[in-house]
Design a protein around this ligand. Structure first.
Ligand SMILES: Cc1ncc(C[n+]2csc(CCOP(=O)(O)OP(=O)(O)O)c2C)c(N)n1
Length: 375
């Protein structure tokens, strides 16, 4: 039976496309075919990338990597609802969102390979850098939304966060401020059911995370985050609300982290295989494929071609990543301080000496000159 909108006392829950690919036609968003196929191709591409990145890490060719498998809809779709002038404010699990806005995946690999040159986003975009500290980016997103409101640009700020981050004080501060000033801020909670090993049930006693919106005078909606159509509709509406001065929104997307928290984690130690399997059956990509096929937008050959194209693109990106010239290790000290603390001055000098010695013993190759500003 098709799923439909449920109006509850405290929040609304939106589901349009069910796990079998059936659609609630009354709620289907009016997205053009090209847009729907663009979302599909990007979801296929980011899954291929994710699988490859995991293998690269296991082979020692990449550092710690946070997989997004299972969360393709909540990464790709919201980013596809934005214009370049809008602010994209992701978490560390944000490579899908960046990619959807045009970032080349070689930079994502570079970043997770431990190289700061990986934070290179298309210049026409307002993309904020990854936030590794949990939740530190939420007040920044509110500040950006405030600036856009003052400048009357009509731009919004879209901030991703996890169920864990929704418990942080920054969430409260950002939304309190955004509610009072009616800011064009969208807080998109990727509720993937786990904050590392802490399950959603122990995260917060509220029935939904979306209902927190009500405490701040924001609009709140819970959606099936593995349903491309529901995410598209809810985020498009929230963006529209922000643009027309209707204030902030919280969109809670119910999804699931099918992989480990990061490659440094072993999720089998704290969760049951049966739970993971039950979510595999709700795979956002498989479900969306069924929808596109039923609409006559996609056939088996086109789906196969999209997968082949994605693999070829990923192979090219891996090649480009590994062909980047190695940076000078001294670059890690650059561009952080106007006046560097003495501790860093000493540490940099010590590393410089170590590198000089290693070079004289031919233990390391010739290094490029150090870059950036170190006062
Ligand atoms: C301020 C801070 N505290 C702790 C950590 C370690 N840490 C990294 S991710 C994470 C859990 C976050 O869970 P959630 O917000 O649900 O996001 P998810 O990783 O599931 O996408 C923690 C505790 C950190 N990075 N920053």
């Amino acid at each position: 039976m098709p799923l439909s909108t449920v109006h509850e006392a405290r929040t609304q829950r939106l589901e349009i496309l069910d796990a079998e690919g059936r659609v609630d036609a009354a709620l289907e968003p009016k997205a053009p075919k090209e847009k729907l196929l663009e979302i599909y191709r990007k979801m296929v591409a980011i899954r291929a990338f994710d699988e490859r990145a995991l293998k690269l890490q296991r082979q020692g060719r990449l550092g710690t990597y946070p997989q997004i498998i299972g969360q393709e809809a909540t990464q790709i779709v919201p980013a596809c609802c934005l214009e370049p002038k809008d602010w994209l404010v992701p978490t560390y699990r944000g490579q899908g969102a960046y990619f959807a806005r045009g970032m080349q995946l070689r930079y994502s690999l570079l970043y997770w390979g431990g190289d700061d040159r990986g934070v290179k986003f298309p210049s026409e975009n307002n993309d904020l850098i990854f936030a590794i500290p949990v939740g530190s980016h939420m007040t920044q997103a509110a500040g950006l939304a405030w600036a856009e409101k003052l400048k009357k640009t009509g731009a919004v700020a879209l901030c991703w966060l996890g169920d864990g981050a929704s418990s942080k004080g920054d969430f409260h501060e950002a939304l309190t401020f955004a509610g009072v000033h009616k800011l064009p801020l969208i807080m998109l909670i990727e509720n993937n059911q786990w904050a590392i090993s802490l399950p959603r049930a122990q995260q917060c006693a509220a029935e939904t995370l979306a209902q927190k919106a009500w405490g701040y005078g924001a609009h709140g909606m819970q959606v099936d985050g593995n349903d491309v159509l529901a995410v598209y509709r809810a985020v498009s509406e929230a963006v529209e609300r922000g643009r027309r001065g209707g204030g902030p929104s919280v969109v809670e997307c119910l999804t699931y982290r099918l992989g480990h928290h990061t490659t440094a984690d072993d999720a089998t130690r704290y969760r049951e295989a049966a739970e993971v399997d039950s979510w595999k059956a709700k795979d956002p990509l498989a479900r969306y494929e069924k929808y596109l096929s039923a609409k006559g937008f996609l056939d088996a050959a086109a789906a196969e071609a999209a997968k082949k194209d994605a693999e070829a693109m990923v192979a090219d990106e891996v090649k480009a990543y590994e062909a980047f010239p190695k940076p000078n290790p001294l670059d890690m000290f650059a561009n952080n301080y106007a006046v560097a603390p003495w501790t860093l001055v000493e540490q940099r000098a010590e590393l410089e000496e170590v590198l000089r010695e290693k070079k004289s013993r031919h233990e390391i190759p010739e290094l490029p000159p150090a870059e950036g500003r170190f006062p």
